[in-house]
Design a protein around this ligand. Sequence first.
Ligand code: SF4
Length: 340
Amino acid sequence: MSDHKIPWLNMPGFKGETWNPIVGCTKVSEGCENCYAERMAARLASMQGNGLAQMTYDAYRHVTDNGHWNGKTCIVNSQLDKPSQWKKPRMIFVCSMGDLFHENVSSLELDAVFDEIYRAPQHIYIILTKRPENIRKYIEECAKEAGVDYEELVGSPKSNILWGVTAENQKTANERIPILMQIPVTNHFVSIEPMLWPVDLKSIIFRMPDGYGEFVYDTLTGTVFSDGDSHKLDWVICGGESGPKARPLHPEWARSLRDQCQAAQVPFFFKQWGEWLPSYNCGERSEELAANGKTIGQKWSGNNCNRFDDGQTVVKVGRKAAGHLLDGKQLFEFPKGGNQ
Ligand code: SF4
């Protein structure tokens, strides 16, 4: 089974897959600045007659203008029933080319996506959003329609959906994680990618609705909420940014996140350094690559070097050369759960 290029989709026993029944987005925060999906969408929108299915081309053309997202989203009907066609279990990233919970995705479109998810329970689905408030809205709507309790509708112990938010700094972690954790589903995770600042998951500021104050929330060991349940994260992904304008990842930020997760025994997945590698790693990485007949191939000077305020330097060596070892170790940990 060949590995997917998004390494956190390569859960043992599952083939990694991306599924894009909805495409299109709008940038919402600092982490979106160099959006990879936007770059890819712009490319696909320019590929008519180049081997791309007409329906896919039309979809991407509809959601981009001049190489950028135009704020529209689009359902791609030709993609909708893909999961039921895949018979063997896959680990599926839902909507890598947009945000499933974007404001412009209608409830009917979400219904179509979730109907398909329920039709193909052999897979694990990864739902990752920067808009967790819209997950809640959608589930509330569904519960009302079905005449059942909100809690009844989601989260069985066997749930094969992993629900996650992306956060790039403490501010977005404070804003998004508490909303996610209040959604009574089984598997919660956070992706800190691109990691642009340090993030302390043990001290998330939970702001109560309607001005009822705030409290510090340890999302790794769990906090007991009013429903009596202890809500904690089941998985943490971390990674540096890739692409031509990538911003660097300070090694101490990644280490701190790893240490927090290890102390709380929460699976931690260090995906990549991104384009930049800490300068002290360059020597050992050069040797490693040289053993395979490759080189880091960049000079340690000028624009290829970045110095953080504390003196830590990182070197722009390229994503592949930078690799994914943190203090010499591959940390590709997966959560328990799903339908394994
Ligand atoms: S939410 Fe995701 S897909 Fe949308 S603009 Fe931001 S990074 Fe891109």
